[in-house]
Design a protein around this ligand. Structure first.
Ligand code: PLP
Length: 340
């Protein structure tokens, strides 16, 4: 759960929303939804049009796509119903905190492989730990480090593993590759995605997963709720996935990528800060022992970033969403003032 932000926050850089895509892109989609929807009626139960639009965007057949109320909901249902009770689930440490909380809630056991001080995971260690696990969950790129697992090694791990593998690609739009197409025919693979980040539609709550057809059928018709996505969200998302919306998402992703590099350079210019390379729309940086003071001082200037703490043996990490150019400049200037 995101912590409550301090009053007076003017730059929300703590929840990895897409603040770069113009607000007008979503407004146009909402206007289309308003024209199309009669909220007296239930939504399209299977959300088939939405699944088809997502399938077109991702480049996979619609029969491989399931949708949900945010990818959070899909992950929750996957943990509750695709895994056997008391499964040992391989995750990295750290990983997406919501997923770990769901594992605990459903009585699953996490097998954790830590990040190193370079904010990368040793793939040999991961492969070794997989031998003692029943299922695997990897967020790739990882939240909060921004690390994307090396593609070849990850594909090999998935192919050689006997149980379910969930690859969470919430941030793939900002990364080097996606495994979504692999999930068409790889029996043990579900690749989870979301329109929250790539399309800047976090408030609409539209997530999806690409799975082999048999798994998708079972998920959509047995596991998922009858009306998982509201009619307003369905119509607005379908409109966003059209040509203009997709172009806006692509442009925003390109802007995030170049601003991300500027943030990493600007942060790393300080002797007491080390910023790590990222494949997501956020940057993790180690502020040594002074991360709490930095967090507080930024909050006083209306800038909220996420206090992460110890990661990969580093003493005190913070995570900042890549915002608009103006927001990123404000963050860099504030850090310059704080670090002196
Ligand atoms: C790795 C990861 N997966 C999934 C999500 C959830 O996204 P959604 O808005 O689709 O529920 C997040 C949100 O921050 C995330 O960091």
């Amino acid at each position: 759960m995101p912590a409550a932000r301090a009053q007076g926050t003017t730059a929300r850089l703590d929840t990895n929303e897409n603040l770069v895509i113009p607000r007008s892109a979503a407004s146009a989609a909402l206007a289309a939804a308003r024209r199309a929807v009669d909220v007296r009626e239930y939504p399209d139960g299977g959300a088939e049009r939405l699944a088809a639009a997502i399938a077109g965007h991702v480049g996979v057949p619609a029969r491989c796509v399931v949708v949900g109320s945010g990818s959070d909901q899909i992950l929750d249902l996957a943990v509750a119903h695709l895994l056997a009770r008391r499964s040992r689930v391989l995750v990295t440490d750290p990983t997406f905190s919501f997923f770990e909380a769901r594992l605990a809630l459903h009585g699953m056991r996490a097998v954790r492989v830590p990040f190193g001080p370079d904010m990368a995971v040793d793939m040999g260690a991961l492969e070794g730990a997989a031998r003692g696990a029943d299922a695997i969950y990897l967020d790739s790129p990882n939240n909060p480090t921004g690390f994307q697992f090396p593609e070849r090694r990850l594909r090999r791990l998935i192919r050689s593993f006997g149980g379910l593998v969930i690859i969470d690609e919430a941030y793939a739009a900002f990364a080097g590759y996606s495994l979504a197409a692999m999930a068409r025919a790889q029996e043990n693979l579900a690749v989870v995605g979301t329109l929250s980040k790539s399309f800047g539609l976090a408030g609409l709550r539209v997530g999806y997963a690409v799975m082999p057809p048999a798994m998708a059928r079972a998920f959509a018709s047995v596991i998922q709720y009858p009306y998982p996505v509201s009619s307003v969200s369905i119509e607005a998302a379908v409109a966003s996935l059209g040509e203009r919306g997709a172009a806006a998402a692509r442009e925003a992703a390109a802007a995030v990528t170049s601003e991300r590099a500027r943030l990493v350079r600007g942060l790393s210019a300080h002797a007491n800060i080390e910023a790590f390379p990222s494949q997501a729309n956020f940057v993790l940086f180690d502020a040594g022992g002074s991360h709490r003071q930095v967090h507080r001082a930024l909050a006083e200037q209306g800038i909220s970033v996420r206090l992460i703490g110890r990661v990969g043996g580093r003493r005190g990490c913070l995570r900042a969403t890549v915002g608009t150019r103006e927001q990123n400049s404000r963050l860099l200037m504030a850090i310059r003032d704080i670090m002196g």
